[in-house]
Ligand binder design. Structure first.
Ligand code: M6R
Length: 605
């Protein structure tokens, strides 16, 4: 949470900061600010609100300089107000921070800061401690300060008397850095680096990086120069921006056929799933006695689909655990448990901590991550990257379906590694997986029809989504999507559970979205739909094309999903649910890409 940017060089730092903050705004958008350092003077411009508000303020204040830091905030300590916006300044120190300093109260007391601080933030306390230790040597002050901090931090710091220099240090919270044609830049993620260069590096924890117009240097905490491990951004930069769509969410939904192809095709060799490039040995898939998936939010919902697939096709037990609860439920994982961590950003703190714990318990691990070099990828024994490309909308769409695509590949490779499937069965499964992009394209062609379906729930206060088995798993995700972007209260319910209490809430004002894609569950699911219809609910039904509904009755809102094998129906159905959520948000006139209170990357517990 929070986006940070730092730049020093020959360019106009104000413009560079503001442009970068726009690209990073999805990480947090409560307030924003920049600080520019020029001839020993530091000028800070900051305010509550969006980056566009900051841009307006800068147009009045006109801060100048070629060296600066900028921040877009998701509030943790201290409310949303101008004072709590970053950068923070204390004495000769100006800094921005992403993370949480857990011992900021102790530090406030220890360094007698009460009364001297102007904000309520933990971050300002760090600036004050740095000022306390600063005697002309930034490295020494940073080292001594960092040793006092408990918590997570990505810090970018300017010292008044260190012209044109930006220093950075981090623990857990990410920082990437790069050399530009006339200077150097750092950021929370590569989104803000891409406009400058394709070459970057991920800062290791507890190292100090110094940016100057001449480039970048890195030192470890004992002061020794450290080598830099350069990487290349492999995003197609031309795919940046909204591509003519009003919101990133729509663009990202539309990109799914392409990014699923890019995720699966390189991993299919001679018609079989293949993880040779990832260096994943078959033994890890063959030997495990159970699987534990750890993830949050949408990524966890992808894990639930993976559970159904693996249990049904491989016959081993799979637990899907919310990473935020993992540590508090006395987790039982061991060397026989394959841990699969799923995360778009690769930075979700709960998932990262759960993964680290599992590794300490001796569990083999594979992570499914979208962002190259992210912390979860690095903390994991093996990593399979989804090739979704940058996902900017806070609501996850293409990351989810590419995570699903990887889970299909894992299931198939596991079946091969365990000798469970005939060659014919493998071919059949992989061919069906390869059909997913074209099936999704068919759904996307029906965008306007789905827009009309979305209209039927536009004014609802509550929506229920019902289904069984795999249908229930994808509805959990469909419901999260609707809640987060439209602010309509919605609940996914296993349809067999309705009669155990929840059906009391069904009235004619409660639309119900029902998904029926599994042959073995069809008749039970249809009966459950009848039960809610009898209580007056209007039902939006997603069902396979050619499916008969012998039970008769009125079906005012039906969407016919293109046919796939049952195990793959989650793919077309998910696209419909994403589009419904999107169109409801759009038609309500909401900020689809930046729903209230949220941030794209959750780096606080
Ligand atoms: O980056 P991650 O995949 O680890 O993020 C996990 C969740 O925060 C994320 O999936 C969240 O639920 C989505 N923004 C929902 O659309």
């Amino acid at each position: 949470m929070c986006g940070i940017i730092g730049y020093t060089g020959k360019g106009n730092a104000q413009k560079i900061m503001l442009d970068a903050l726009e690209l990073l705004e999805y990480r947090g958008y409560d307030s924003a600010g920049i600080a520019l350092l020029k001839e020993g003077q530091t000028q800070i411009v900051k305010r509550a609100g969006r980056v566009k508000d900051l841009r307006n303020l800068c147009a009045e204040v006109k801060p100048e300089g070629t060296c600066g830091i900028g921040h877009t905030r998701w509030a943790t300590h201290g409310g949303v107000c101008d004072e709590n916006a970053h950068p923070h300044r204390f004495g000769r120190i100006t800094l921005i921070h992403n993370g949480i300093i857990e011992n900021y109260r102790e530090l406030t007391e220890k360094y007698a800061l009460e009364g001297a601080l102007v904000s309520e933030t933990d971050s300002e306390v760090v600036a004050a401690v740095l000022e306390h230790f600063y005697a002309g040597d930034p490295y020494s002050a940073i080292r001594r300060t960092v040793l006092k901090l408990k918590g997570t931090f990505a810090l970018a710091i300017m010292f008044d008397d260190q012209p044109d220099k930006i220093y950075a240090v981090r623990n857990v919270s990410p920082i990437v850095a790069a050399v530009t044609k006339d200077g150097a830049v750092l950021s929370s993620d590569v989104a803000a680096i891409v406009p400058f260069t394709a070459d970057y590096f991920v800062m290791p924890e507890f190292h100090v990086v110094c940016l100057s117009p001449g480039g970048v240097e890195m030192f470890d905490l004992s002061g020794d120069k450290a080598p830099i491990d350069w990487q290349k951004v492999d995003w197609d930069v031309s795919r940046g921006g909204k591509g003519g769509y009003p919101f990133y969410m729509e663009k990202e939904i539309m990109e799914q056929p392409q990014v699923i192809r890019e995720t699966i095709l390189p991993r299919i060799k001679d018609g079989r799933p293949d993880f040779t490039a990832e260096g994943i040995p078959d033994e890890i898939l063959a030997a495990c006695k159970r699987i534990c998936v750890i993830a949050c939010g949408t990524a966890m919902h992808a894990g639930l689909v993976g559970k159904s697939l693996i249990q049904a096709m491989i016959g081993i037990h799979v637990d899907v655990v919310m990473a935020s609860e993992f540590m508090y439920n006395d987790p039982v994982v061991d060397k026989d448990t394959l841990v699969i961590a799923i995360s778009q950003s690769g930075e979700t703190i709960d998932t990262l901590e759960a993964l680290k714990f599992a590794r300490k318990c001796g569990s083999p691990s594979i992570s499914i991550v979208n962002v190259k070099g992210a912390s979860i990828a690095r903390a994991s024994e093996h990593v399979i990257y989804t090739c979704a490309g940058p996902e900017i909308a806070v609501a996850s769409t293409k990351a989810y379906t590419t995570q699903l695509a990887v889970l299909y590949l894992i299931t198939a490779r596991m079946a091969v590694a365990r000798g469970l499937w005939s060659g014919e069965k493998v071919t059949e499964f992989i061919e069906e997986l390869q059909r997913v992009p074209q099936v999704m394209e068919r759904v996307l062609e029906d965008k306007e029809e789905i827009h009309r379906l979305a209209g039927t729930i536009l004014n609802a206060r509550d929506v229920f989504m019902i289904g069984r088995g795999l249908d229930y798993s994808i509805l959990l995700e469909g419901s999260l999507k609707l809640k987060e972007v439209s602010y309509i209260h919605s609940e996914a319910y296993a349809s067999g559970e309705l009669k155990h209490g929840t059906i009391a809430l069904i009235t004619e004002d409660t639309p119900v979205i029902a998904v029926v894609t599994q042959d073995k569950l069809k008749s039970k699911e249809l009966s459950n739909i009848r039960e809610v219809q009898s209580r007056g609910a209007r039902v939006v039904l997603l069902i396979k094309e050619h499916e008969t509904m012998d039970e008769g009755g009125e079906w005012s809102c039906v969407y016919r999903l293109p046919q796939m094998a049952d195990a793959f129906m989650v793919m077309p159905a998910s696209v419909v649910l994403q589009l419904i959520a999107y169109f409801v948000s759009l038609d309500k006139g909401l900020d689809v890409d930046k729903p209230r209170n949220l941030a794209k990357v959750v780096t606080v517990e």
